[in-house]
Design a binder for this molecule. Structure first.
Ligand code: NAD
Length: 224
């Protein structure tokens, strides 16, 4: 199946990784948007937004204008942005995640299930990203903290070209338990965005997470 798609933040690091992968996979780029403006040459079925929270209201308006689904990976979203996405989800299919890597989302499920067993252990979350990253702590650090379900110190390093490393360290007097995820390239996020786009173009309207996309894939695998 080939898709007509648009990219918000198309000239950015993630925008380029996304257009590279989607292009190699045979999908047609019909809308591009970045700080210098928007160009559209056909109706997109899905928009992929990895840009800035400042772009989100405009992205929602583009989705409504084109009847397009949405994949959004932008971080540093606040409650008002989630309210906007949930409202859009009443009219369109929307997938949001602060991290489109499969491993991070599996880690999130593990932590949600088992971190309650470590509720009286010390906990600190550490993340490292490239030195151009604007927000700290990362959206993924926040996602992992929310999966664990309690506040903890979070430490951010901004070093060189690191695409994204995250560790949740648990410890008590006798043991240390560390969960670590490393993205080896931006390609993993682009691959997740492609999986999400292929899911969302056929999904009922609603607000979905990347976990929903992975679980849908598992059901399809079990059925085949
Ligand atoms: P970048 O700075 O390289 O690119 C940002 C792009 O957004 C640029 O093309 C810029 O022109 C555009 N942009 C900025 N403000 C805009 C606006 N108001 N309207 C339209 N376009 C606008 O950033 P990046 O490294 O590509 O990251 C982009 C976003 O994706 C960040 O929020 C980052 O944290 C996030 N990200 C998410 C994941 C994930 O898996 N969810 C992975 C990596 C990065």
């Amino acid at each position: 199946m080939t898709m007509k798609y648009g990219v918000i933040g198309c000239s950015g690091r993630m925008g380029q990784a996304i257009t590279d992968l989607f292009g190699r996979s045979g999908h047609e780029l019909v809308l591009t948007s970045n700080l210098s403006g928007t160009e559209c040459r056909a109706r997109p079925e899905v928009l992929v937004d990895f840009s800035s929270h400042a772009a989100l209201a405009g992205t929602a308006a583009l989705c409504r204008a084109h009847g397009a689904a949405l994949v959004v990976g932008t971080t540093a979203l606040g409650e008002e942005h989630f309210a906007l996405l949930r409202e859009l989800g009443k009219e369109a299919a929307v997938v949001q995640s602060f991290n489109f890597a499969t491993g991070v989302n599996v880690l999130k499920m593990i932590l949600r299930e088992y971190a309650p067993l470590l509720s009286d252990w010390d906990l600190e979350i550490e993340e490292t990203h490239h030195d151009k990253k604007k927000d700290a702590p990362s959206g993924t650090a926040i996602l992992l903290r929310d999966a664990i379900g309690r506040d903890c110190p979070m430490h951010s390093f901004r070093l060189g070209g690191v695409p994204g490393d995250h560790s949740a360290h648990f410890a008590n007097d006798g043991e240390v338990l560390t969960f670590t995820h490393r993205a080896l390239s931006r390609g993993v996020f682009a691959l997740g965005a492609l999986r999400a786009a292929l899911f969302v173009v056929n999904a009922e309207k609603g607000f979905y997470t990347f976990e929903d996309v992975l679980k849908h894939g598992m059901k399809l695998g079990a059925a085949s």
